[in-house]
Design a protein around this ligand. Sequence first.
Ligand code: ADP
Ligand code: CDP
Length: 220
Amino acid sequence: MAVVVAVDGPAGSGKSSVSRAASRALGYAFLDTGAAYRALTWLALERGVDTADADAVVALLGDFAYTTEVTDAGTVVRVGDADVTIAIREPRVSALVSDVARIPEVRTALNDAFRRLIRASDAPGIVVEGRDITTVVAPDAEVRILLTADEAVRIARRSAELAPGAASTAEQLRERDRRDAQVVDFLTAAPGVTTIDSTHLDFAGTVQAVVELVHDTIPH
Ligand SMILES: Nc1ncnc2c1ncn2[C@@H]1O[C@H](COP(=O)(O)OP(=O)(O)O)[C@@H](O)[C@H]1O
Ligand SMILES: Nc1ccn([C@@H]2O[C@H](COP(=O)(O)OP(=O)(O)O)[C@@H](O)[C@H]2O)c(=O)n1
């Protein structure tokens, strides 16, 4: 059974990029759970399904052929034959993903899939990042981290999400965190979870903090 490193936190805290780099440094696999919520949202948009209609979104699950493939250039995300790696990061997906993520049947189905992927990993460990990994998906993970940063810093890091005519990055990020926080608490560390605040750390320093915590926790 692979060592599990669970990482939760709000948007723009560095979960995906830091977890990916830390997994490489550790020789571990990597699982970005937000990508699956984003891919299901992309499928709803593609099919013209209203994301506020929970039953219609749940009906998509039977036909949600979601796969990921780790390549040198990064993780390629596909739904069926469609490469949605770039599309799932578009603001139109970010704006609706919280609708999809608040549907209990969606969370149950995706969490089951995440647990299967974790169990199937043949690497010595796996870094899994999202919003409820430390609390719901893998509460027994050997290493559990809440990655945070001040909101202004997170907004500055996410400025690339700005789309012409759309609400500002700041409004989008605040609104998404507000809605996500109604579903899972990723702003306070559960008992046994270590907080890493990256506000005053640069990228390499944040990766190092994660790697050191794993080394300090896991005998090697
Ligand atoms: N400690 C850090 N210092 C500076 N930039 C960072 C740091 N951590 C992450 N970043 C950058 O911030 C942006 C958002 O990070 P990302 O991993 O997408 O966050 P999340 O997955 O939590 O939304 C990325 O461009 C990333 O390279
Ligand atoms: N474990 C998870 C991961 C993501 N999500 C949802 O998926 C969305 C996208 O997650 P993400 O990790 O790609 O978001 P960023 O923080 O990287 O922008 C979040 O805004 C949540 O609505 C979730 O509900 N539970």
